[in-house]
Every structure is written in C-alpha cells, then in structure tokens.
Design a binder for this molecule. Structure first.
Ligand SMILES: [Zn+2]
Length: 299
C-alpha cells in the first residue's frame, strides 16, 4: 500500500468555535514522507503535526510553535486520518480550524472534492506491540492494545437523562466511518457555554455546530443524528487525536470517559518505550496491508 495525499487544493471558509471569527482553510497536496503540516499564512509560521507541538488539550487539541497556535484540529484530522491521507498541508489565516457543523462530515466532503492521490512511497503504520494505558482516580481510562485490525472502542457514562451510558465499537473502514462516525457532532452543556463565553471562549458555538444540552434535555430542535451521537463523536475525536502518532494506527484503542488530554498522554506513553510499538511498512506487512486495503478500498 502506498502513501496518499490529495489530488488538488481545496478551500473552505467558516467560523472558529472559540473566537467565532471567519477563517479560510486551504488543503494542499504534499509529497511523500512530508506528513501533515499546518501553516498560518497570517503569521508566516509552519507547525508540523507532532506530539511535541501539542500545547493545550483542555477544550480541544491545540498545536503551536513560537507562540502561534492552531486550535481544534481534531475533527479535521479525524477525517484526514480516516481517508488514509499521510501527507497534507493545511493553510489557515487565523488560529482555529473552521468548525463547520461540529462533526467531520464537511471535511470528508472537502477531501472527496479534492480527490485522493497515491504517491510512490510505501505507507507506514504504527503497530501496538504491548498494551499501554492511562487512567485517572475518577475511573477514566484510555488504552492502546495489540491487534491486527483498527478498532476504536469507547464508552461514556454521563449523569444526564439525555446521555446516560453509551458504548460503541468501531471496526474501521472508510465506508463505516462516513456512515456511522463522521456525522456525529460535538456537544456542550448550556451552563458550560455560558461560563466559556464569559472568559471569551465558545464565542462561535451555537446549535448550528454543536448539540447543546440544558440540565434535562437536548435543546437543538432537530434532535440527534444518531441515538448514541455522543459516544460516536468521542470516537471521531479519538481518531483525530491518534493522528498525532504520525502514522496510521494498527491496534485497538479502548477508552472509558476519555478526553483530548488523556489521548495526548496516551500517545506520549506509547512512544516512551520501543517495546510498546513498531513501525511497519504496509508494502511488506501482508496481513496488516490486507486489513488496510479492505478498509480503504472505497475511499
Ligand atoms: Zn470533538
């Protein structure tokens, strides 16, 4: 299997979730072995997608360099990763990715508009060899386990009548991603939104780009896109956060009540010891290669 980029440049304008100002984003093809590279055209700063460049994971995954940041990269990266794109330049004229409708389906459409181009170089993947996990006192847990497949398993338990317990196991393929994951929107609670706005965040947030809940119910008049949209969005986020590994993941991601912060700690922990992982070449590794070829077949 070969590395991928997009076939042509595509552009979109939208507002950022936190500042609420318009931002123009252009996706450009890149050569093999370049990885995912962000560029702030207004600042002239290049920020490669690397774990070391993660500067904040509280509300969203944020990367930065020399004091210049790009916020809320996870939904775009989720779509980029889902389509198996290894090399891409993302040009932005402000500090946030346009949030669109709060899911990744708009980015999927943008990637399909651009088209996918195979490059000459062989695709690499990171294979989990030994289980690593990060846990918290409150019982939150994220883990990466060995598997020849690409699995994302997530459960949540919110003391809220509209959410409650939800679990979803996603056996990766691009078709399944588009159908069952990509349309799941981010969500927020009204009291949090009010607090965030008071400190100058979530200014672009609305029912246009998030599911908003009060203490008892969902406020969006259109309701949910999936009965368990909340846990599906958590999987969407996790796929985007695992893109920080720099290679396609071969293994099982397993989480209960995970977050961007725990995902970041997990990617760092995997890289702490070479016993935990190996980098494989998907032109050579037959079994894994078959999994990917099936998974990406119709992308
Ligand atoms: Zn999200």
């Amino acid at each position: 299997m070969k590395q991928r980029t997009i076939a042509k440049s595509v552009e979109i304008v939208g507002i950022g979730l936190h500042k609420g100002v318009p931002v123009k984003m252009r996706l450009e093809p890149l050569e093999a072995n370049m990885g995912i590279i962000f560029y702030r055209s207004d600042e002239g700063i290049t920020i490669p997608l690397q774990i070391e460049n993660v500067v904040d994971t509280k509300m969203a995954t944020v990367i930065g360099k020399d004091g210049v940041i790009i916020s809320t990269i996870e939904h775009l990266l989720s779509a980029v990763y889902a389509y198996g794109i290894d090399n891409l330049r993302v040009v932005l004229d402000n500090d946030e990715i346009p949030v669109l409708d709060g899911s990744s389906s708009g980015y999927c459409m943008l990637i399909e508009e651009a088209g996918i181009k195979e490059l000459e170089a062989s695709k690499k993947a990171i294979k989990v060899k030994k289980e690593v996990e990060v846990t918290t006192k409150e019982g939150k847990r994220v883990a990466l386990k060995p598997s020849n497949h690409i699995i994302y398993d997530f459960s949540i338990d919110f003391e809220h009548p509209a959410i409650g317990q939800q679990a979803f196991r996603f056996d990766y393929s691009i078709e399944e991603y588009k159908e069952n994951i990509s349309r799941a929107r981010t969500f927020g609670f009204l009291h949090e939104v009010q607090y965030l706005r008071s400190i100058g965040l979530a200014l672009g947030g609305s029912m246009e780009n998030a599911i908003v809940l009060d203490n008892t119910k969902i406020l969006n008049p259109e309701g949910l896109r999936y009965d368990d949209e909340f846990v599906r969005h958590k999987i969407l986020d996790a796929i985007g956060d695992m893109a920080l590994l720099g290679y396609t993941l071969v293994g099982e991601y397993d989480a209960h009540a995970g977050s961007h912060h725990l995902n970041h700690l997990l990617t760092k922990k995997l890289y702490e010891s070479e016993e935990n992982y190996e980098i494989i070449d998907l032109e050579e590794a037959d079994e894994e290669s078959k999994v990917f070829q099936t998974a990406y077949a119709r992308a």
